[in-house]
Design a binder for this molecule. Structure first.
Ligand code: PRP
Ligand code: URA
Length: 203
């Protein structure tokens, strides 16, 4: 959970039901940037020397290939921000939707190649509700051969954190806010409503 004042201010505006899709999308990107800054703090680097106009400089570059895994649809809103920070990252989309009755995730899109092409995967999905979608995504990535996986979201429910942590204790969870609970339809309370609908104006 992030206690950063900028994150808290932006998440407050994101939750506001009066926030229109354009501003909602901008806020998702801005919050993703701030969270990714924290989530990538332990990424290994290797030496890279460059010449400034005055002298050589012994600097650094990222040592690992990074994969961004946006979970369709809502995760799409976090990808641009992540690519701004890591322009060489690969983007692998995974499509899941929740069955309205069972709340279980249904996979409908996955074009991962047969073996992993990256060393660290960042799963991007704003909402960690029951945790079913995040747990299924991590399972898919592990089956693919991903070794290091992190989850980056915006709002989590305690139930989602518990489910993801119990199934995949090796996956760190980076979110802006941990909310109170789920309602009987599996929505996070107070939450922000349906993150996909609010980004894409489909509510
Ligand atoms: C939302 C969200 C997550 C999922 C979280 O997607 O983007 O993927 O719900 O819920 P869970 O933790 O209970 O699995 P949704 O199924 O609404 O699909 P959409 O993004 O296409 O609208
Ligand atoms: N998915 C959403 O978009 N919102 C919730 O509150 C729960 C799941």
């Amino acid at each position: 959970m992030s206690s950063h004042p900028l994150v808290r201010e932006k998440v407050t505006r994101l939750r506001d039901k009066e926030t229109p899709p354009k501003i909602f999308r901008e806020l998702v990107g801005e919050i993703a940037t701030l969270l990714l800054y924290e989530a990538t703090a332990d990424m290994p680097t290797e030496p890279r020397t460059v010449d400034t106009p005055l002298a050589p400089y012994a600097g650094a570059r990222l040592a690992e290939r990074v994969g961004l895994i946006p979970v369709l649809r809502a995760g799409i809103g976090m990808v641009e921000a992540a690519l701004e920070l890591m322009p060489d990252a690969q983007v692998w989309h995974i499509g899941l939707f929740r069955d309205e009755r069972t709340l279980r995730p249904i996979e409908y899109y996955n074009k991962l190649p047969s073996s992993a092409t990256v060393q660290v995967c960042l799963v991007l999905d704003p909402m960690l509700a029951t945790g079913g979608s995040a747990t299924a995504t991590v399972h898919i990535l592990k089956r693919w051969g991903a070794k290091r996986i992190k989850y980056v979201g915006i709002i989590a429910a305690p139930e989602g954190v518990k489910t993801l942590t119990e199934s995949h204790p090796d996956v760190p969870i980076h979110v802006a806010a941990l909310d109170e609970r789920l309602n009987d339809k599996g929505y996070i309370v107070p939450g922000l409503g349906d993150a996909g609908d609010r980004q894409f104006g489909t509510g």
